[in-house]
Write a protein that binds this ligand. Structure first.
Ligand code: SAH
Length: 375
């Protein structure tokens, strides 16, 4: 797709050209002004637990000087629409799911959670779904989705529900429970947008038991890394500071907030800025079609063999998702698509660890409800 921004007297208009695989170009004026109270989520670190949390912020845009359209124009929705690899894999998986459902003699009813601009819902409608329920929690996006869907002539098939999916019940599902679930509610750290809760709630309350889920499973991969470069951004290193600065020992040992640091790992210079000390290792696979998934809080341990000795500063992580016949991968090593809305993440260790080739490093990870956390 291609997005063209026009700015006119503080009113941004986004024109989306939703690039269609079959050569059809869908075009629609999208945003005008966004007015009224707006629900937004803001990530913040809880100083008591040190954990990243999502806080709902209600903003009254009427009383603000300006509007939200500029924020939306700069937001990640545009970057998502430019992510051709992502869009094509979703499109193929949606087309296959709709045709598999039809082959069973059943009409396809798709639930698209987090519809954003309406892209995945329109893919489903174009693929021949009889009914699509598109859910979106962010109010300006609900309006955008309705405008885009209407401009593309899909309003009869797609119904946009302006709610958080976890506040929905079966009664909100016109035509009953859906039989295909499609969502793209992942962040760089996979579950930071609350994907596990979203999936398990939908499977228990909004979907038929034998539904098709896109993506069906996601895998978290890790790799041990040495990076003085990243370490210098993480710690107060007195030797590196000018003058006679002293740093108390407990400050030097302070691990900081246990959060993952999202970055473009492929843009670091190898080996000057980062070296890998192990092969990529699958650390966890989440079956998203399992309704009980979000209740597992246990700490898991995976052994990662060290392939090269050195100082291990941290763990690099990225995820991959199974999309019917192919994999959607955030790996920095098979980089085929520039994107900014999904990166890789590094968690730096409390202290650097010297490792030798052949060592077996035990990496523990805890899956809280939202953040992943490695030890
Ligand atoms: N589906 C679109 C947009 C993906 S961005 C696309 O693929 O291009 C994810 C969107 O999901 C955001 O707009 C966010 O507001 C919304 N979202 C996340 N969790 C949600 C939930 N549980 N219910 C409703 N909307 C949700």
């Amino acid at each position: 797709g291609e997005i063209v921004h026009h700015q006119k007297r503080k009113v941004a208009r986004l024109f989306l050209r939703l690039g269609a695989r079959k050569g059809v170009v869908l075009r629609a004026p999208v945003v005008s002004r966004c007015r009224g109270g707006v629900g937004m989520f803001r990530g913040q670190v809880n100083p008591v637990t040190g954990r990243q949390e999502w806080v709902a912020e209600e903003r009254d845009v009427e009383s603000e000087d300006g509007d939200l359209s500029c924020e939306l124009a700069r937001s990640q929705y545009g970057d998502m629409l430019h992510d051709t690899a992502r869009n094509q894999l979703y499109c193929q998986a949606i087309e296959k799911a709709v045709s598999d459902m039809k082959a069973k003699g059943r009409a396809a009813h798709v639930l698209d959670i987090g519809t954003g601009t309406g892209l995945l819902s329109m893919m489903a409608a174009r693929a021949g779904a009889a009914r699509v329920t598109a859910v979106e929690v962010m109010r300006p996006m609900v309006r955008i989705a309705r405008e885009v869907i209407s401009a593309n002539g899909y309003s009869d098939t797609i119904r946009v529900v302006g709610k958080r999916s976890t506040d929905m019940t079966e009664n909100d599902m016109e035509g009953g429970r859906a039989n295909i679930l499609v969502t793209e509610v992942f962040d760089t750290e996979l579950i930071g947008e609350g994907a596990l809760i979203t999936y398990s709630h939908a499977l228990q309350n909004l979907m038929e038991p034998d539904c098709i889920v896109i993506p069906d499973s996601v895998t978290v991969n890790v790799q041990l890394v040495r990076s003085e470069f990243l370490w210098r951004h993480h710690k107060l290193i007195p030797e590196a500071l000018p003058g006679s600065v002293t740093v108390p020992a407990d400050w030097r040992k302070c691990p900081g907030a246990p959060s993952l640091w999202d970055l473009h790992a492929e843009q670091l210079q190898i080996p000057q800025q980062m070296n890998t000390l192990s092969d990529p290792t699958h650390i966890a696979k989440f079956k998203l079609s399992d309704p009980g998934l979000s209740s597992d809080r246990s700490v898991q341990e995976v052994v990662v063999p060290v392939s090269q000795g050195g100082t291990c500063h941290g763990v690099l992580m990225w995820w991959t998702a199974d999309m019917s016949e192919a994999e959607l991968s955030m790996s920095p090593w098979d980089y085929t698509q520039w994107r900014d809305h999904w990166l890789q993440a590094v968690q730096l260790l409390p202290e650097p660890l010297n490792v030798k080739k052949g060592d077996q490093l035990s990496v523990n990870y805890a899956m809280m409800t939202t953040p992943l956390w490695f030890h």
